[in-house]
Design a protein around this ligand. Structure first.
Ligand SMILES: C[C@](O)(CO)[C@H](O)COP(=O)(O)OP(=O)(O)OC[C@H]1O[C@@H](n2ccc(N)nc2=O)[C@H](O)[C@@H]1O
Ligand SMILES: Nc1ncnc2c1ncn2[C@@H]1O[C@H](COP(=O)(O)OP(=O)(O)OP(=O)(O)O)[C@@H](O)[C@H]1O
Length: 285
């Protein structure tokens, strides 16, 4: 039976995240730049000769039935008649509720890998539409490159992103995204930026993360991580938290920050990448 092993589900950073308004249905209008990293989860797929979808390993805190990889596989199966099943193994490296998009990226990798293995024949746009049913960040990971996102996060425009090393700090807490979006303290009136103003200016810490102040108040470890990393450069929270990142001038600078973090913080370095590693698996419509 066909199989695909060591499929990357890369992490993302939100280089900035502006909340510019709120829709009548409660969803927030935002502007953000998604940056892909060369670090993330690893997924393994084996096609089955029956139609069952199984996650074959234990993932602490995520029951099989609620796992986004299982839900993504079922969604694709339901979209195209006659598809077989799959065994899926998830090597989790990204923290949950970290703002790194781990669950969303796992879902996107599952849709892309199984679309290929099952020869389901869906195009990129169709996979992105399926992905949006699973979460706001899933379409970005299928999109294939770094992106400026608007609307509720589904309107994507390709951008270069940053070609540099990043240090990422894991504060050790899990931030539930709805807790930040629901907070009365969240500001929702940042003036919209133009994508043209963003390009080139990013190295000088363009923009801000509007969710950062709320997350730091609700989860003090997030505030401590920002203060600590801010001693070395421009430190910012990604997504709704909890993780905090800093762009570095060189790999040596990243290594120096990691050495200083040793024994104090869980931290790692990753390089910004321009393309999703599975982008070549898809046919575009
Ligand atoms: C903050 C970001 O991480 C930025 O990358 C994402 O927009 C959030 O993505 P996510 O964690 O995949 O979130 P989802 O599972 O889609 O939504 C969780 C909840 O967040 C709120 N939500 C989400 C996206 C959005 N534009 N406005 C919202 O108000 C909704 O209450 C939703 O029920
Ligand atoms: N495969 C999966 N990996 C991680 N979380 C999953 C997965 N499947 C379901 N979940 C659920 O999704 C929740 C959010 O996890 P995730 O790691 O995507 O958060 P996040 O990094 O904050 O994402 P985002 O940046 O999109 O807000 C988890 O707490 C977990 O309950």
């Amino acid at each position: 039976m066909p199989s695909l092993h060591d499929c990357p589900a890369p992490a993302k950073l939100n280089l900035f995240l502006h909340i510019t308004g709120r829709r009548e249905d409660g969803y927030h209008l935002l502007q953000t730049v998604f940056q892909l990293l060369d670090y993330g989860d690893l997924l393994h797929f084996d096609v089955r000769d029956d139609s069952a979808i199984r996650r074959v390993n234990d993932v602490p805190g995520v029951p099989e039935e609620t796992d986004l990889v299982v839900r993504a596989a079922r969604l694709l199966q339901a979209a195209v008649p006659g598809l077989p099943g799959a065994d899926i193994r998830v090597d989790k490296r990204l923290p949950m509720g970290g703002g790194l998009g781990g669950g969303s990226s796992d879902a996107a990798t599952t849709l892309m890998a199984l679309n290929h293995l099952w020869q389901a024949g869906l195009g990129r746009e169709e996979l992105m539409a399926l992905g949006l049913k699973l979460g706001a960040d899933v379409p970005f990971f299928i999109f294939g490159s770094n992106a400026f996102a608007e609307g509720v996060g589904e309107q994507l425009t390709a951008v270069d992103g940053l070609d540099c090393w990043f240090v990422v700090l894991e504060p050790g807490v899990s931030v539930p995204t709805p807790a930040i979006f629901c907070s009365p303290e969240l500001t929702r009136n940042t003036k919209p930026v133009r994508i043209a103003d963003f390009s080139g200016a990013l190295q000088n810490a363009f923009g801000k993360n509007d969710m950062q102040a709320v997350a730091a108040r609700l989860f003090p470890e997030v505030g401590k991580a920002i203060s600590w990393l801010g001693g070395f450069g421009e430190a910012r929270m990604t997504g709704s938290g909890a993780c905090v990142f800093m762009p570095c001038q060189s790999e040596q600078q990243a290594d120096a920050v990691l050495a200083a973090a040793s024994g104090k913080w869980k931290a790692w370095k990753a390089r910004g990448i321009a393309k999703h590693p599975l982008a070549g698996l898809q046919k575009s419509l």
